[in-house]
Design a protein around this ligand. Sequence first.
Ligand code: GLN
Length: 491
Amino acid sequence: MRFIMAEGFLEYLKEWGKIGVFIGKAEFSQDFLDSDNPLSGLPFAVKDNIAVKGLPITCGSRLLEHVKSPFTATAVERLKEKGAFIAGKANLDEFGMGSSTDNSALQRTNNPWDLNRVPGGSSGGSAAAVAAGLVPFALGSDTGGSVRQPAAFCGVVGLKPTYGAVSRFGLVAYASSLEGIGVLADTTERCRNVFAVIRGKDDKDQTSKDAPAEAPPLEEKNKKGMPRTIGVLSTSAIAKAIATPAVQESAESLKRAAQAAALEPEVAEGFEKAKATFADLGYRLVDVEIPSLKYGVPAYYTIATAEASANLARFDSVRYGVRPDWAENPDDLIDKAREAGFGDEVKLRILLGTFVLRSGFQDRYYLRAQRIRAGIRANFEALLGDAEYNQPAQIDAILMPVFPTRAFGRGESSLSPFAQKAADLYTCCANLAGLPALSFPASVEKGLPVGVQLLGRAFAEATLLNIVEDYEKVHPFPHPTGFKAFWDAAS
Ligand code: GLN
């Protein structure tokens, strides 16, 4: 039995109610299964775009505010089979669109490190729940960084698995070709245990796969005691990625995008500390460049909005969803329901998506973005080896920043919606390339955690977890003031 409903836990939960994690009520039960599985008896939070039978599935949207799911996502089902139990549904940016969780139409979630700051997004509720010690792990979804960025903002571990490694059955689709269910956890070991349970082929999702039987060759090499090599995204590569392209120097929006993607000094500091720690641990560090990095955000937002415009067409409020009081005819009902039910960010993305898919424009935007996507993938494969493990790898993993800032505030100290999008450049490439990426707290700078991430070749999650575990041994992950642990260590 892992979770001891220790005295004081319910008060603790109430005390941390101020961060506003759960949509509806949290449910902590004391009837635990007793088994050998390390997850048995542990509570977990589920991002509210992942289905759990009988619980809300709001996706942070007014439109779905009163909807309950008639079935359960495969990842959740697998965790339940191992004895873990669902504590509650966690807040998110509406349909996973955003980087702050402030795009939720239903409630506000605060960062446990500083209640005046955002927890990051879109899996902000999941990250805040883990950071505050309300649950030891949570499920999130990552389409362009939504597990890793809130993990970085809240000082927890965030795993975005290889595309297809975890079934998407029961995940409400935003951009199907980019996204997957990911894990937020208090320790690397916990993250490993959760991933081991949720991963693998599922007949209900035809894009899900088991990992290839062969271990990545580099893992073999490492067993023989050779040093692991980490490719570090070099400062000059970062500078190139955010430099405004010369031809369009006058465009104000490009300049603003470049500013938004530049690392704030504290994040640069955390990144340097991570490099120094890996060097001390005996890793070989080499500078790498990813020339296509600077095209990541435009390609990501073209593809993500195109897919979102198609995926969100299903929300017409005919069979479920909030309906207008009055409508002239079925078309009018749909118009009115979507007008009242969707928030501004969602509407913006649906419009952008229909624009890039407009007949006659596909070559100009959508197909071009797909070509960039192929280029980004090729850049990564040249460094990490290919998905089939045929192409040799130069390095074991790539170390990159997660987000240019630490958790930002609201109002004056917030980032504009445009700046938030431009700042996705470090996270969205893993989604475009379908590769696994693991975000972890590198340091705490001026009272706020700084996360960094490791990217690996397809299905090499174990390599990333091993490396981060080495880091955690010398730098145990930090906690916000007031944090108490109510569960034993992972093993
Ligand atoms: N910030 C990204 C976006 O707004 C991340 C989304 C996600 O991963 N769900 O699209």
